[in-house]
Design a protein around this ligand. Structure first.
Ligand code: PHE
Length: 349
């Protein structure tokens, strides 16, 4: 029996030594030390031995078992290390391979213009405010001195959702909102940019467009005048379209300002000489503006004897078109990446 144990041990050692993977090593463990393994079998058959032989053989089996176990454990470590080494070798990372370039979007030209306008007016002490795009008839028209049935509403023939709700046709609605929201009726200096909607659709008009609105209201004794309006718009237009831009005020009509003006700017393409862009006039119509109508002050809680101010509004899309030389307004809304990526300004990176 001793010889048999010796043989088993020798063959186990040989197999462990030549084993090449963990699965195989586990099979060896089962084959020799498992419940039905070769050494276990010997222990089971010890009943046949004499009482003197049993402890001797028992201890030889245990020794052999311990030795095999030890070898298997050592080999396991060795194989595990080998496996890891191989894995690491195969997964070698070449840090010199150039990285994948992250494709970055670019700011939409409309948003560029809005941010530029907001920055400018914030630097002059204005607050940036917003208002809802789905507006009430009351704020879009009535509180701006345009009661129901007023002929000036025709110009803004629009998207009514119900009789009372309309997609706002002008950011001027925010004028009324700001005055009404200001419960203390303190002076106001705001700029508000955002989307507006009208039933229009051609190369220079879109059913959805953007406007920016400015409103200044101050105490009467501070004499906010047309001169202030003109100076403000000059700063604005020169910042946006070039420092040589000149302004021309033409009398006009808006229900919420009196007097009212259409403000033209010298054509930046021909510098006022006359070209196809300005239709040979040298001027381009740019803004609506005027002195806030006393009715509007009154309707929105300001005493026209104590307060006065000016307001102006302009189309941001038109400004963007002039600024960047865009020929069709619809390009601004088709989200074509070939168009939009042209406005990715490297100097902002
Ligand atoms: N809301 C006017 C428009 O859309 C423009 C405007 C704004 C005129 C403010 C005067 C004062 O045509």
């Amino acid at each position: 029996m001793k010889a048999k144990i010796g043989e088993i041990k020798e063959s186990a050692i040989k197999e462990i030594k030549t084993s090449e993977n963990l699965q195989n090593l586990n099979d060896i463990r089962v084959m020799y030390l498992g419940k039905k393994g070769k050494l276990t079998e010997i222990l089971r058959s010890m009943g046949e031995l004499s009482a003197e032989e049993r402890p001797v053989i028992g201890s030889i089996v245990n020794e052999a078992r311990e030795e095999i176990e030890k070898l298997i454990n050592e080999k396991t470590e060795e194989l595990k290390k080998k496996e890891l080494d191989e894995k690491l070798k195969n997964e070698k990372i070449d840090v010199t391979i150039p990285g994948k370039k992250f494709k970055r979007g670019s700011k939409h030209p409309i948003n560029r213009v809005i941010e530029e306008i907001e920055d400018l007016f914030v630097s002059m002490g204005y607050d940036v405010v917003t208002g809802p795009e789905l507006e009430t008839d009351e704020y879009c028209f009535e509180r701006l001195n345009l009661p129901k049935g007023h002929p000036a509403r025709d110009m803004q023939d629009s998207f009514y959702i119900t009789n009372e709700y309309v997609l706002r046709t002008q950011t001027s609605a925010v004028q009324a909102r700001t005055m009404m929201n200001n419960k203390e009726k303190t002076p106001i200096r705001i700029i508000c940019a955002g989307k507006t909607y009208r039933r229009e659709d051609d190369a220079t008009h879109s059913h959805q467009f953007n406007q920016v609105e400015g409103l200044v209201i101050d105490k009467k004794e501070n004499n906010v005048s047309l001169a202030d309006l003109k100076g403000t718009l000059e700063v604005f237009v020169r910042k946006m379209l070039g420092k040589n831009s000149e302004l021309r005020f033409r009398p006009s009509y808006f229900p919420f300002t009196e007097p009212s003006y259409e403000v033209d700017v010298t054509c930046f393409k021909c510098s006022g000489k006359g070209c196809n862009l300005c239709k040979s006039t040298g001027w381009i119509e740019l803004l609506g503006a005027g002195i806030v109508h006393p009715n509007v002050l009154k309707m929105n809680g300001y005493d026209p004897d104590k307060f006065s101010g000016f307001a102006f509004g302009t189309g941001i899309d038109r400004l963007a078109m002039f600024k960047y030389g865009i020929t069709d307004m619809r390009y601004l809304y088709t989200n074509d990446i070939r168009f939009l990526s042209q406005f990715d300004r490297k100097d902002e990176e």
